[in-house]
Design a protein. Structure first.
Length: 417
């Protein structure tokens, strides 16, 4: 008889599959508990149980377990950004003057406000510009999931989705423009200073367009009743884009967003832009939000509360004032203009991704940016879902919402789109 012990002598470490299963199981539990409170979005439940089992809670998930689960989160973010990009036809963006003017005004006002705040707080100009570029971004995940959960539908939601797309594109462009200055502080050579940001941006765009071309050509072969094949094609395209982005070291977030935009522009008979992600995608969305809860930087929020709260307040004020002002200037009603502004408040996925990229490329500047931005993200991820749910009800675009009162504007009136 061999003397080797054939059973584990200690508790095994979690691997990718056990982490995936744990995130799903506790996520569903959190969602069901949140569902018992009609006013609380299930995202809040997902994040609450994530915080409870994460490194700052019971410790069932360690930091290295979260690192292991990162590919699942990347796929979830890729699906969300694909759906966001596919919701807006590139030509519609160019032709919509109110949307372009409002998006540029809101993004530039947010950027300028955060630059001024960060300089006032004593950071270097490079850190101020990087943090401001990240602050321009908005969270599509929260808006998409909460609107889907509430079965919301209407022109204000459509306008907000378009502006979130524009926010994230402009955020990435501003960040790419600021990155050379951070690299210059590291005494990098000029080829790296100029070539690295250009490679990451243009590489992500090219990758997204190439994958979009492939999946739309395959999608054109499907028939009207082949929705299940189109769903598989979208998931496959997103995973291909995420995997190649990692291999080529370009931004998976921007390549996935480009994939959605390009698929919408090329689709014709492919119908990929209208694929309902449904329950299959919910698996990844649950993992995303439980992961976000487990990864909340509450310690950073406590340590850097004054700066983080100032960042939150300045960003919220800039976005609300810009969207509301542009909406009124273009003749839209106060209710819809204010609601659209509120829907842009959440900030998460792209912001975290850009902070991580900054830490990797310029560690000192990245740390200074991260302590404030990640603490602010903890606030936005906590308050964002209930705020979006309130905004959708306030805009009267949730089934069962009371009709718009006389003198309060037309329910079909929407902010710039």
């Amino acid at each position: 008889m061999p003397n080797d012990v054939f059973y584990p002598t200690q508790l095994p470490e979690l691997n990718l599959l056990t982490t995936f299963g744990l995130l799903l199981a506790v996520g569903v539990l959190g969602g069901l508990l949140a569902k018992r409170l009609a006013w609380l979005p299930t995202i809040t439940g997902f994040m609450a149980v994530g915080l409870a089992i994460g490194p700052q809670g019971l410790g069932l998930l360690k930091v290295h377990d979260l690192v292991t689960a990162a590919p699942l989160v990347d796929v979830a973010l890729g699906l969300i950004l694909f759906r966001l990009g596919a919701s807006l036809h590139p030509l519609a963006l160019v032709k919509s003057r109110p949307l372009v003017v409002s998006g540029l005004t809101e993004s530039l006002l947010t950027f300028g406000t955060i630059v001024a705040l960060m300089l006032w707080l004593g950071t270097s100009p490079v850190v101020a510009v990087l943090a401001a570029a990240i602050a321009v971004s908005s969270s599509p995940a929260v808006l998409i999931h909460v609107s889907h959960e509430l079965h919301a539908r209407g022109p204000t939601l459509s306008a907000a989705m378009s502006m979130v797309t524009l926010n994230n594109v402009l955020s990435f462009l501003l960040y790419t423009a600021a990155l050379p200055f951070a690299l210059k502080e590291l005494s990098a050579d000029w080829f790296t200073i100029l070539g690295l940001p250009a490679y990451q941006m243009l590489g992500a765009v090219l990758l997204g367009v190439v994958v979009a071309f492939v999946i739309t050509r395959i999608g054109a072969l499907t028939q009207a009743d082949d929705g299940h094949y189109r769903f598989a094609l979208v998931v496959g395209g997103v995973m291909l884009c995420v995997g190649l982005s990692a291999a080529l070291q370009v931004s998976l977030l921007f390549s996935s967003l480009t994939l959605g935009l390009a698929s919408r522009g090329m689709q014709r008979r492919a119908r990929l832009a209208h694929v309902e992600l449904g329950a299959g995608a919910d698996v990844f969305f649950i993992v995303l939000f439980v992961f976000a809860g487990a990864n909340l930087h509450l310690k950073d929020l406590w340590l850097f509360a004054p700066a983080a709260l100032a960042f939150v307040g300045a960003r919220v004020l800039a976005k609300l004032l810009a969207v509301y002002g542009c909406g009124r200037a273009f003749g839209y009603r106060p209710r819809q203009s204010l609601a659209a502004g509120l829907m842009l408040v959440p900030m998460a996925g792209l912001a975290i991704g850009l902070v991580q990229q900054t830490i990797k490329l310029a560690p000192q500047a990245g740390h200074e940016v991260g302590v404030v931005v990640l603490a602010a993200v903890a606030v936005f991820e906590t308050l964002g879902p209930p705020l979006v749910a309130f905004a959708l009800r306030f805009a009267r675009e949730v089934p069962g919402s009371p009709s718009v009162l006389v003198g309060d504007g037309d329910a079909d009136s929407a902010p710039p789109v």
